[in-house]
Design a protein around this ligand. Structure first.
Ligand SMILES: C[S@@+](CC[C@H](N)C(=O)[O-])C[C@H]1O[C@@H](n2cnc3c(N)ncnc32)[C@H](O)[C@@H]1O
Length: 152
């Protein structure tokens, strides 16, 4: 299934991309917004893209574009990433926060009740415990609190 980026044109339009600018896509996903930013950048522009999901980074590694720097990182780490890249200022930051459709559509990611699969629900599958592991040790009170505080 093709991934459809939300408000693709509107969001990138709002960034007012300058051809020689430096931009951050803090939630790369499947790179819909990133590709549109790259399309608007000139040869000297730069795009730094982050995602905490290693599957997003693996998909993005197929983009062979020297203007793109892709990092497996949380968006809260953007300052550290920019420091590592010796980049002091940027011209715009795009954050398309939430889950991506591939996370919901792949049974093994354990996000969706559409599939009979192990509950995982981690965006970053390289760390932390799965939802199934947490459920096995959480008290009823903790489960109620999590559903109340984080459920929508
Ligand atoms: C709605 S998708 C982004 C889709 C993307 N704009 C596109 O066009 O393909 C949200 C992405 O944010 C990532 N994400 C969620 N929380 C994050 C965090 N704290 N740091 C970095 N990435 C995060 C998810 O892994 C997911 O890939």
């Amino acid at each position: 299934m093709n991934h459809v980026s939300v408000l693709l044109t509107e969001a990138v339009e709002a960034l007012a991309v300058k051809p020689e600018g430096i931009y951050v896509d803090a939630t790369f996903g499947r790179g819909g917004h990133s590709r549109e930013i790259l399309r608007r950048l000139g040869p000297r522009g730069r795009l730094i893209a982050l995602d905490r999901d290693p599957a997003a980074i693996a998909a993005g590694n197929a983009i062979a574009d020297p203007r793109l720097t892709l990092r497996h990182a949380w968006f809260g780490e953007v300052g550290t990433v920019l420091d590592e890249l010796e980049t002091k200022t940027v011209d715009g930051v795009l954050m398309d926060i939430g889950v991506s459709s591939p996370q919901l559509d792949e049974a093994a990611r354990g996000f969706s009740f559409r599939f009979d699969a192990q509950l995982d629900m981690r965006m970053d599958t390289t760390q932390g415990e799965t939802a199934a592991e947490w459920l096995a040790r959480a008290s009823q009170r903790e489960i109620v609190e999590v559903l109340k505080d984080y459920g929508e």
